[in-house]
Design a protein around this ligand. Structure first.
Ligand code: SF4
Ligand code: SF4
Length: 222
């Protein structure tokens, strides 16, 4: 995914959760991204806030949000229903951008003018750029309203970051019984002759395959 496409997914949500670490304790708050360019994704905060202190101390942030709604309803059986949509998250390294650098960007790209105007109104405000990160779009349709599989993950990275593998994979210990494929309601497991394979783009890491495997042949990578 291009940075402009990643930004659009976040911008469509608007208010996002920004997570940081304060010493050894996680902290979250709501904020938003206001611009993007070839260097990364941009957000603002005030230098007087704990958020700023945590950003400066760790140099890291994790951002996530959900579209089109965060509301959860319940079906007749009392089970949760999520309207089809997506979540998106990105985690990585940030750097502070000086006001002069922001002005220079605004001279080239109108999107950054909002940041300039805001800092002129609130002088304690400053800008950060998420410049190296990885993440994913988690597109879900759990009730199969629009397609034949529940989940489609699109993983992305930028700024030189690599995408780490996280999820489930079938190892050499597989004896080809097929129990995992029968158990997977996400249709993430396919069979090619006697080889069973998990598609990480469709896998929810729900663990149903792992619980039924008779030979401990499914590895959890976290
Ligand atoms: S359940 Fe385990 S042994 Fe059977 S096909 Fe799946 S991975 Fe292989
Ligand atoms: S963890 Fe869940 S979604 Fe992933 S392959 Fe196993 S059963 Fe399917």
């Amino acid at each position: 995914m291009k940075l402009s496409d990643i930004y659009k997914k976040f911008d469509q949500i608007g208010s996002l959760v920004f997570a940081t670490i304060d010493k050894d304790t996680p902290q979250t708050r709501i904020a938003h991204l206001f611009a993007h360019d070839e260097d990364g994704l941009y957000f603002r905060t005030m230098v007087t806030k704990a958020f700023y202190k945590q950003l400066k101390e760790t140099g890291k942030v994790s951002i996530c949000g959900m579209y089109p709604t965060t509301q959860v309803s319940h079906n007749d059986e009392g089970l949760p229903y999520f309207k089809p949509g997506y979540t998106i998250r990105a985690t990585g390294d940030i750097k502070e951008i000086s006001f002069e650098a922001l002005q220079a960007k605004a001279a080239e790209n109108e999107m950054f003018m909002l940041g300039v105007k805001d800092i002129e109104q609130y002088p304690a405000m400053t800008t950060f750029c998420l410049h190296r990160a990885w993440g994913e779009v988690f597109d879900f349709d759990f009730e199969l309203e629009h397609r034949d599989h529940k989940l489609l993950r699109t993983r992305f990275c930028f700024g030189g970051q690599q995408i780490p593998f996280q999820g489930m994979r079938i190892t050499q210990a597989c004896i080809g019984c097929g129990a995992c494929m029968d158990a997977c309601s996400f249709k993430a497991i396919t069979q090619d002759e006697d080889q069973f394979v998990i598609d990480p783009a469709k896998c929810d890491v729900c663990g149903d395959c792992w619980t039924v495997c008779p030979n401990d042949a499914i590895e959890i990578v976290v």
